[in-house]
Design a binder for this molecule. Structure first.
Ligand code: LLP
Length: 384
């Protein structure tokens, strides 16, 4: 995917590093905007996927909102140009301090995940003389058929309130004096490639709206969460996710009342393909079954393979010998799980080669750590 000129620039960069293709990001944002505008849907970017300030500022400039899961994300989103009126705040464990930060900044809405949390939000809002707008995050009981580590909509998930308990939750909020119920929120998981779970989610939302109708309630906001997946195996075949197909599916299946607004919270689909992690090969160590290609990036730089068993396409960027060999690509961290890939074919690889770990823009840089007292990865942009 990278042309010679870009690869030549990489030679001067200190590895390991993240490289962001800003024109791909802009193209992705334009496509997302078109797909959402077609039906008047509102999109909030899920800041957790990548909170790099340049990336955030680019995204906010398209008029999107932000989906935050910590007080610090709320503050970062504001600093990067997202208006408070377009910020939602989710998460099962919002601290009192974080709730206060969000209220102080008059964010659009809290996605509340338990009755006790509602009580706390209400109390804090009361002491601040404010009214908190909340959406109930309902656990819809839908299997998104994704990696079990990132499936969130099943009945035993820690997230949200059981959809069977909608009446109880609504009655509970209605008794609170500093909290206003404005909507329903759902999120079924992440890296979802099949649209069927979204169709089921629409059905669940319709059913919940029916129940609200019986209670004489019509809420202005419906938030269907994020989760649209990307192509990790063959990124070049689909650099921009098919937002239009998803929105068409939602439009065809979701019942929307007059004046009701539909929201999404996409993270991965927005930023995954524009980011690549690049690392240099330190050593080649032949072993009985394989060759270890020991690189200078570890799970401290890109944790998805070690944490979720995720796979990123690895390409050797150094112009090459055509002969292929089999490698286990591993990092330098003192942990056996510091493995990016096992038994993969690569053109014969030698010390000093640059390897690209594709589709790393989401949940890459932001999940980096300093374990082993390592440096955080460097960051470069296509339009530096
Ligand atoms: N909304 C809520 C309530 C969420 O929990 C998430 C992601 C999103 C939106 C954004 O989902 P996305 O569009 O990015 O799929 N670190 C994992 C992914 C964790 C996702 C957590 N929640 C990974 O590297 O795959």
């Amino acid at each position: 995917m990278f042309d010679r000129e870009v690869i030549n620039r990489f030679q001067a960069y200190a590895t390991p590093f993240y490289y962001y293709d800003m024109s791909l990001l802009r193209e992705t944002l334009s496509k997302l905007k078109c797909a959402a505008d077609k039906y008047g849907y509102t999109v909030h970017y899920a800041v957790k996927a990548n909170a790099n300030t340049r990336i955030l500022s680019e995204i906010s400039s398209y008029g999107f909102g932000a989906d935050c899961v910590s007080g610090n994300e709320v503050v970062r989103a504001l600093e990067c140009g997202f208006p408070a009126s377009k910020i939602v705040f989710a998460g099962v464990g919002k601290s009192d301090e974080e709730i206060t930060t969000a209220l102080k900044n008059d964010i659009f809405c809290f996605n509340a995940e338990s009755l006790q949390e509602l009580e706390v939000i209400d109390k804090i809002a009361g002491t601040m003389g404010k009214v908190a707008d909340v959406a109930l995050r309902l656990n819809p009981g839908i299997d998104a058929h994704t990696n079990k580590c990132i499936n969130t909509g099943l009945a035993d998930s820690k997230f949200g309130i059981d959809f069977n308990k909608l009446d109880e939750a609504v009655t509970f909020v209605q008794k609170l004096s500093n909290t206003k119920l404005v909507g329903l929120h759902f999120h079924i998981g992440s890296q979802i490639l099949d649209l069927e779970p979204y169709r089921l989610l629409c059905n669940r939302s319709n059913e919940m709206q029916g129940k609200l109708g019986y209670m004489g309630l019509e809420l202005p906001e419906i938030n269907l969460g994020g989760g649209l997946g990307v192509n990790y195996e063959d990124p070049d075949s689909q650099m921009i996710p098919d937002f239009e197909r998803l929105m068409d599916t939602i439009h065809a299946n979701l019942k929307v009342k007059d004046g009701q607004r539909v929201h999404f919270e996409f993270g991965r689909a927005v930023v995954a393909q524009c980011g690549t992690m690049v690392s240099r090969v330190l050593y080649i160590k032949p072993a009985t079954q394989t060759n270890f290609a020991i690189v200078d990036a570890g799970f401290t730089d890109l944790i998805r393979p070690a944490l979720y068993g995720a796979r990123h396409l690895i390409e050797n960027l150094t112009p090459h010998r055509s002969e292929c060999e089999t490698y286990d690509v591993v990092g330098p961290i003192c942990e056996s799980t510091d493995v990016f890939a096992s038994g993969i074919p690569l053109p014969k690889t030698t010390r000093g080669d640059l390897l690209a770990f594709r589709t790393a823009g989401a949940y890459g840089e932001i999940m980096a750590s300093q374990y082993n007292l390592r440096n955080l990865p460097n960051v470069y942009y296509s339009d530096n």
